[in-house]
Design a protein around this ligand. Structure first.
Ligand SMILES: Nc1nc2c(ncn2[C@@H]2O[C@H](COP(=O)(O)OP(=O)(O)OP(=O)(O)O)[C@@H](O)[C@H]2O)c(=O)[nH]1
Ligand SMILES: [Zn+2]
Length: 368
């Protein structure tokens, strides 16, 4: 196998390794057909420039110039091709490498475009604090966002040391963490940190409500107090927005931590695929309903209501699913009509045929 590096005398491509550079990305870069350029990863993006790690170290990259207007603009986590270093010349963006994953939120305040918050995130740690009342609907929202990005979510329960009955709380969370890893942690005792480190695969993003302990988890992974935690912020009023701030930080045991201000304030994006995965149990049950368009309210032969009667599904979970679907529909109605037509119609027909297929398979399996 050829080395994933480029043969550039002045540069040290090893500099990209702690940021996730690998042979597969080298292949993507080669496919661009820009042999005179260099690969780089975006550490922080602004409107007209970004900061990136290049084989020559961290550099400012101008977004104007060769990069065409109809291409997506780079965001934190993107791999890009940049012009080689030239004395007295700023680097320029030449191309964006294909994204493997995309964390996004729906347009808000009348904006019609979906806003991409981060690219190429492999693992999302969703933090939920055990020190306050659990709000499952909110947690499910974060998990959906993670699923829809293409990354693998992990549910991280924080502040176990402050919880009077952590076992009961975790038991509850297990239903929410359907099919994913659930880790109980405490920054105070170090509980769960080793396991968390082993789950920090690739580029890791932290999601969760304010005060859930994201910065504290990040610092534990980094082995250094690089992120300001609530306690420090309160003490000296410092924020994340200093110019020296980089949003991608290599982890000592491999992997990269991604921490952007935008991710700290995400809600729900118009995405139903992520919901389907988060609520896989409800979707699965719904396949057994007599009517294909069953809304699981009063319909006869409703398998979802039957499961609730039997205690196999909690009413709370169905209610939470409904609420998120409603919220999604509302979000979708706010995005612009064209986008809605294009994406909505495609998704609807896909979902419809998917459902029909699943029902057919189920029918055959059960011989009905
Ligand atoms: N006792 C205890 N306190 C913790 C733990 N984890 C975090 N904290 C405290 O909880 C507070 C909030 O933690 P942060 O890490 O700042 O939370 P955050 O999610 O980054 O918050 P935002 O930056 O507002 O999004 C801080 O005062 C932490 O010291 C824990 O495991 N145990
Ligand atoms: Zn039903």
């Amino acid at each position: 196998m050829s080395t994933p590096f480029l043969d550039l005398p002045s540069s040290e491509p090893e500099r990209l390794l702690p940021y996730g550079w690998n042979a597969s990305l080298a292949g993507d870069f080669a496919d661009l057909g820009l042999p005179d350029h260099q690969p780089a990863r975006v550490l922080r993006a602004e409107r007209t420039a970004c900061e990136a790690i290049t084989p020559d170290g961290i550099a400012r990259v101008d977004l104007v110039g060769a990069h065409s207007a109809n291409q997506a603009s780079p965001t934190t986590g993107d791999w890009i091709a940049v012009t080689p270093p030239e004395p007295g010349q700023a680097r320029r963006l030449a191309a964006l490498l294909p994204r493997r994953t995309e964390l996004h939120r729906g347009g808000s305040g009348g904006a019609s475009r979906v806003q991409v918050l981060a690219a190429n995130v492999d693992t999302v740690f969703v933090a939920v604090s055990l020190s306050s009342a659990l709000r499952h609907a909110r947690t499910e929202r974060f998990l959906s966002l993670a699923w829809s990005s293409g990354a693998t979510p992990v549910l991280v329960a924080t502040k176990a040391d402050l919880c009077p009955d952590p076992d009961a709380a975790l038991e509850e969370l297990r239903e929410v963490a359907l099919g994913i890893e659930l880790v109980s942690t405490s920054a105070a005792t170090g509980e769960g940190m080793e396991r968390l480190r082993s789950l920090a695969v690739g580029t890791v993003a932290l999601l969760g409500p304010s005060g859930a302990g994201k910065s504290t988890l990040g610092n534990a992974l980094l082995g250094e107090e690089l992120l300001d935690t609530g306690a420090i912020r309160e003490a000296d009023g410092r924020g994340h927005h200093t110019t020296a701030w980089r949003e991608l930080l290599p982890l000592p045991g491999g992997g990269v931590l991604l921490d952007t201000p935008g991710l700290r304030s995400v809600g729900m994006s118009g995405d139903e695929e992520g919901l389907e995965r988060t609520f896989g149990d409800v979707e699965e049950l719904a396949l057994g309903c007599r009517f294909a368009d069953c809304e699981h309210r009063t319909e006869p032969g409703c398998a979802v209501l039957a499961a609730i009667d039997e205690g196999a599904l909690s009413e709370r979970r169905l209610a939470s699913y409904r609420k998120l679907l409603r919220e999604n529909a509302w979000q979708a109605s706010r995005t612009d009509a064209l986008l809605r037509q294009e994406i909505g119609a495609k998704w609807k027909s896909m979902a419809k045929s998917n459902r029909a297929m699943k029902r057919e398979i189920k029918r055959r399996d059960t011989g009905r």
